[in-house]
Design a protein around this ligand. Structure first.
Ligand code: FE
Length: 347
C-alpha cells in the first residue's frame, strides 16, 4: 500500500497529509485510509474504477452493493450511524431522492467543478454526474422510415397508434424523461404527450429497457425507447440479444429546442461520511481522465468529462447531441410526473 506511487492527479499529493490530519478524529471511527462505497451499480460496472482508485491512492475501498432503492433505504435507516462515505447510483431521479432525504452533503471541489459541466451536477455539490446515457428510439427499419422520426413529442402522434413499446412508469428512466418534458414544455403539454404515448402502446408496459428493443426486433412493436448502453450491451450479449440488436436501428430524437434526453449515473458524499476527505478524493478520481476512460469502455456511458473519447462501439450507433437542460431542475417535477402517469393510466 505504502509503496503506491503518487500519480499525476493533482489531488492525490495531499492524500497522505489528509489522513494524518484525520488521525485523532478517526480514532473512534473506521480506520483512516479507507472509503466505504454504497453502490447501486452492478459490481462489474464499477469495480474496475474503484480498483484503479485504490491502486492510485493506496486508499482501501469497501464496496457494498444493493438495489437502487434498497441502498438509499439502507442509508436512511442507518442515519447518523451509517458507515457510507459515498453513494453511487443511476438516474438523476434517485440522486434527487437521496438529496431530498438529506443523505448527501454539499462539497466544494474545484476539480469536480472543472471536470463536470454545470448542468450535470447539483449547484451546491450534493451530487455529481460521472457518466451520461441517452434515452433514444429503436425502430424496425422494415416498418419505419427514419425520415418519419424527429422528437419525443412526435412519438405521441396518432400515426404511431398501437406501434410503440414503452417501459413502465415505475422506471425512473421514464419519470426523468417526463420530468424533462415538463421542464421544457410545461405540465399540460407533458401530460398530453404521456396520454398520446399510452394510446400508442403496442402492449401494456413490461420488462426492462432491453425488452423494449427485443419487442421491436420480434415485431410486437415498430418502435421502442431505451437507454443507449443497453443497445451496446445487447450487441455484446447472448446470441438472442445480438440477433435482436441486429434487427433494429437506433435513432437519436430531439427535445424541444435541444438534443436527445440525457440522464446520468453519478454520486455524492454521504452526509455522515466517516471518511469524507477520501470520499471527495474518490469522486474526483471518478471524474478524472483515467476513470472516465474506464466508464466509457466498461459501462458504455458517454464520458461526462470533455476530451475523453466515447467508446467506438457506442459512437457507431449515432452521434449524441445532448439536451442541455440543467438536470437538477428536474427535482421540482418529480411529484408531478407520478401524478401525470397516474392520470393518463401509464402502468
Ligand atoms: Fe440501466
Amino acid at each position: 500500500m505504502r509503496g503506491v506511487p503518487l500519480r499525476r492527479f493533482a489531488g492525490f499529493a495531499v492524500v497522505a497529509s489528509a489522513l494524518i490530519a484525520a488521525g485523532p478524529a478517526a480514532a473512534q471511527g473506521p480506520a483512516p485510509g479507507e472509503v466505504n462505497v454504497y453502490s447501486a451499480r452492478q459490481e462489474a460496472l464499477i469495480k474496475p474504477q474503484l480498483d484503479a482508485f485504490a491502486k492510485a491512492t493506496g486508499i482501501r475501498v469497501n464496496l457494498i452493493t444493493a438495489g437502487e432503492d434498497a441502498i438509499i433505504e439502507r442509508m436512511r435507516a442507518e442515519a447518523r450511524n451509517s458507515p457510507a462515505d459515498v453513494l453511487l447510483t443511476v438516474d438523476v431521479a434517485r440522486l434527487i431522492r437521496a438529496t431530498d432525504a438529506g443523505l448527501l452533503k454539499p462539497i466544494r471541489s474545484e476539480e469536480l467543478e472543472k471536470a463536470i459541466p454545470s448542468q450535470y451536477r447539483e449547484k451546491d455539490g450534493r451530487w455529481f454526474a460521472l457518466g451520461l446515457r441517452a434515452r433514444v428510439f429503436y425502430y424496425n427499419p422494415e416498418k419505419v422510415n427514419p425520415a418519419e422520426l424527429s422528437t419525443y413529442e412526435a412519438l405521441a402522434d396518432p400515426k404511431w397508434r398501437g406501434r410503440v413499446c414503452m417501459r413502465s412508469s415505475s422506471a425512473t428512466y421514464n419519470q426523468s424523461l417526463l420530468a424533462s418534458l415538463i421542464a421544457h414544455k410545461g405540465a399540460v403539454a407533458a401530460e398530453a404527450w404521456a396520454r398520446g404515448i399510452v394510446a400508442n402502446m403496442a402492449r401494456p408496459p413490461m420488462g426492462g429497457d432491453r425488452d423494449q428493443i427485443s419487442g421491436v426486433a420480434s415485431g410486437q412493436c415498430d418502435i421502442g425507447v431505451a437507454n443507449t448502453y443497453y443497445f451496446v450491451q445487447m450487441q455484446n450479449g447472448t446470441d438472442a440479444e445480438k440477433a435482436a440488436a441486429g434487427k433494429v436501428k437506433p435513432f437519436f430524437p430531439a427535445q424541444p429546442g435541444g438534443g436527445a434526453h440525457v440522464n446520468v449515473s453519478g454520486g455524492g458524499v454521504a452526509t455522515n461520511a466517516p471518511n469524507a476527505a477520501n470520499a471527495q478524493k474518490l469522486l474526483e478520481f471518478l471524474a478524472s481522465p483515467e476513470a472516465q476512460k474506464i466508464y466509457a469502455e466498461v459501462v458504455f456511458e458517454y464520458p461526462v468529462r470533455a476530451g475523453v473519447a466515447v467508446a467506438p462501439q457506442l459512437q457507431a450507433i449515432g452521434t449524441l447531441n445532448p439536451d442541455t437542460l440543467e438536470l437538477s431542475l428536474l427535482a421540482a417535477h418529480q411529484a408531478e410526473t407520478i401524478r401525470i402517469f397516474d392520470r393518463v393510466g401509464w402502468k
